[in-house]
Write a protein that binds this ligand. Sequence first.
Ligand code: G6P
Length: 359
Amino acid sequence: LLASTGRHRDHMGNEIDEQPVVARRVLEALAPGIVDGSLWRGLGLPSLDTIDRVTVVGCGTSLHAGRALAGVFARLGGLPTRTLVASEAAHEVWEPRTLVIAMSQSGETADVLRALDALPPRHGTVLALTNNPSSTLARRSDAVIDCLAGPEVGVAATKTFVAQVLTGVCVALSGLSVFDRTDSARLGADLRALAATPDGLAAALDAWRGPCAQLATEYARASGFLFLGRGAGLVYAAEGALKLKELSYRWAEAYPAGELKHGPLALVDAGTPVFVVDNGDPRLDVDIAEVTARGGRVIRFGERVLTVGGVPLHLPRTGPSWGPLETVVPLQLFARELALRLHRDVDKPRNLAKSVTVS
Ligand code: G6P
């Protein structure tokens, strides 16, 4: 049975391809409300003068999208942020004047709903960021924003990740802009990067489709993979490792690259594949040298030019406060291509469900 739209037989392949269109839809709907703050105010969110911190809760891919979003409040707005695995939220201390952003594609994930139960009275405002605005999560939150991804069938989230990041970024930029929490040069740079995202995602698809297929053939027999990043790039490394685990059932670990020397470097042997999300941090060169000195094979995504099979490839450097979002595209493509070579069902990975309604 052919997937309803697109050229692939699986939904996931089509959902990956749809990401530039989804990004454009989100930006057309939300970007006009950023600079005048109408997006923030229209959601009924409180003044940032009454918010001391932002806490994001979520699971799986939604948690990673939340980490990217938290980076905007922190890097651009100087607001203290934390991101919580929803199933651990009950063990946290909650302070007043907190903006809680509950991230869930389905809006039905039990761990996220239980995290809301853990909130004390007068904790602050809860904003639900979901792909289902009539979900239980949406009903139980003070404010709701639809991430506009459209239905996602593949169990492993792809286009909802991009949609959640961009929706959250628009909301964050709107609040930071209207309450004057960022300097205009940095805000301007982020706004330009945001507008360039749909084309950036399309360029990443074009540039990496072939090379990722080639890389998957090359690494089909690898037993494990490391994913490294620093700063704003780290969340994409984490999402790449999660996609690989979900789809290929191979071990994949994501680490802040600076932690390599404190343990994971012991995993690196001749031929160990190490994926590096390059957000332009010059210290990554040192991290990479540590890997190559042990015979590890570095595959680098981001700013630099990479040569695969003699073909030079390039992803433009993206330095916005949410990090190099476009790098998630080759990581998704690689995970899918590897899974296909291993004869996995990329739409329905074993042991996993699209929406987990038990906690
Ligand atoms: C399940 C899915 C993951 C997803 C997570 C959170 O575990 O298999 O792909 O990221 O739930 O789902 P949510 O609907 O809350 O975003």
